[in-house]
Design a protein around this ligand. Structure first.
Ligand code: ARG
Length: 480
């Protein structure tokens, strides 16, 4: 490919170290589709003979079909990267016309184009998978709208909430993930092809045509930036890091909740694992591994940023590492997302135990303070009075509701009568009807709203999938 000015071939160790084919063969479809647009443009602009351009387009189509059938380029191929593989394969198939493809193009603008196409497709696949999770969350929220669950701060039981409200908290987190992923999609949606090696080209190329063929909505405006810019990789990795961080947080909750001491939930057998020695064990491996992967994914995002910051403009081979980082993150985040979605869909909730734990630690004490404040007592005084009652209950080893009426009246004379009913869990959650609050009525409303958002966002992602990628690269058309 570039042997002309060299006296000898590269040393084995140098070549093995610098070649990227084993990694970037994964984007053979993007490379072929981008090359097809480039070849068609070369013919239209009469930069190469029209007959050669047609031969190239046909051969590229045939190559794509063939490679889809075999599951991509053979791992054993000895090429430097996927770009040289495709070009060599074309030339083997159609002879000299294959050798005309690389005019008015460099691997520098080619690889940036391929990888942007890949990232756009990945963002849409990932967004779709997050939307699947959001569907499960909205459904489970509705099912558990009335279920009283312990709400924790500092991992101490703090106040009762509804379990549906918890699921909707996760819905909010992951809704933002979809926004982040679509932002990364937009950052990726710029066509660098036509920048050449770094300086632009002396041919009458048609960059708008190429960008349109490849469904990019913008053309990169500066050839140096076009081949240097990997902000889109940072954006995708950052979106993945935030997403996996979110997954990890609730995976951790589930690990704790499933522990026998808590016993709030149980993983379905299909999403748990056993112990080789202890026959009774049911381990939350899916949640644990999700938690672990989040560390590596965050590391990849930071690592990529550290790599990029030292690269002088424009292209340097450092940038080749972007594929390795992203592909690994893709595998991890998609696998974790799918597995954890399945674990959540099949999770059994122990509602009695939820209520039992929710009532621990005098979790509704604030009801009494609120009661007093409603009757004109400054909140600080109310807080102190209820604090004394909690102390008394602890000294006697009973719950607040088990104290005598006289004890309440002694703490404050306004605490007579049925005030103790306020301590009841269902009542405490039902009263929290403020916007964003945990009351079952609110949760139902918000679950319905979540479902409306979900329908709208699904349509949006489907629409982007339909117009944001060339036909051959749309997720449904791609090889697995
Ligand atoms: N495999 C390279 C990459 O992934 C392609 C571009 C190589 N360009 C070069 N001048 N060495 O970035």
């Amino acid at each position: 490919m570039w042997g002309g000015r060299f006296d000898k071939p590269p040393a084995d160790v140098a070549r093995a170290f610098t070649r990227s084919f084993p990694v970037d063969r994964r984007m053979y479809r993007e490379d072929i589709v981008a090359s097809r647009a480039h070849a068609a443009m070369l013919g239209r602009q009469e930069i190469i003979p029209v007959g050669s351009a047609n031969a190239l387009v046909d051969a590229l189509d045939a190559l794509l079909t063939d490679l889809d059938q075999t599951g991509g380029p053979p791992l054993t191929a000895d090429d430097e990267d996927v770009h040289s593989y495709v070009e060599r394969e074309l030339t083997a198939r159609i002879g000299d016309d294959g050798r005309r493809l690389h005019v008015a193009r460099s691997r520098n603008d080619q690889v940036a184009t391929d990888f942007r196409l890949y990232c756009k497709g990945f963002c849409l696949r990932l967004a779709t998978a997050v939307l699947d999770l959001l569907g499960v969350l909205a459904q489970r929220a509705d099912e558990e709208a009335e279920t009283v669950a312990p709400g924790f701060t500092h991992l101490q039981v703090a106040q009762p909430v509804t379990l549906g409200h918890y699921f909707l908290a996760l819905f909010e987190m992951h809704r933002r993930d979809v926004d982040n992923i679509l932002y990364a999609y937009t950052v990726s949606d710029v066509c660098p092809l036509g920048a050449g090696a770094l300086a632009g080209l002396a041919f009458d190329i048609d960059r708008d045509y190429v960008a349109e063929e490849l469904c990019f909505s913008q053309v990169a405006r500066n050839s140096l930036d076009a081949v240097s810019d990997r902000d889109f990789v940072s954006a995708v990795l950052q979106a993945c890091a935030t997403l996996s961080g979110h997954l990890s947080r609730w995976a951790e909750d589930l690990v704790i909740w499933a522990s026998p001491g808590f016993g709030l939930v149980r993983f379905d057998d299909a999403f748990a694992t056993g112990s080789s020695m202890l026959p009774q064990k049911l381990n939350p491996d899916v949640a644990e591994l999700t938690r672990a992967k989040a560390g590596a994914i965050a590391g990849a995002a930071v690592g990529w940023q550290a790599t990029l910051k030292g690269v002088p403009l424009s292209y340097a081979l450092d940038m080749q590492e972007d594929k390795r980082s992203l592909f690994r993150v893709e595998d991890d985040v998609v696998a974790a997302l799918r597995a954890l979605t399945g674990a959540l869909r099949t999770l059994t909730v122990n509602r009695e135990r939820m209520a039992e734990v929710a009532s621990l630690g005098h979790s509704t004490a604030i009801e009494i303070a609120d009661y007093l404040t409603e009757r004109g007592v400054p909140f600080r005084d109310a807080h102190a009075a209820v604090g004394r009652l909690v102390r008394l209950a602890e000294d006697r080893g009973v719950e607040l509701a088990d104290l005598e009426e006289a004890d309440f009246v002694e703490a404050d004379e306004r605490l007579s009568g049925d005030v103790r009913d306020r301590l009841e869990l269902q009542r405490a959650v039902a009263r929290r009807t403020s916007l964003g609050g945990t009351a079952p009525a609110r949760v139902r409303e918000e679950a319905a709203r979540a479902n409306r958002w979900l329908r709208w966002q699904r349509d949006h992602v489907q629409d982007l999938t339909g117009r944001g990628l060339p036909l051959a690269l749309r997720p449904s058309a791609s090889a697995p």
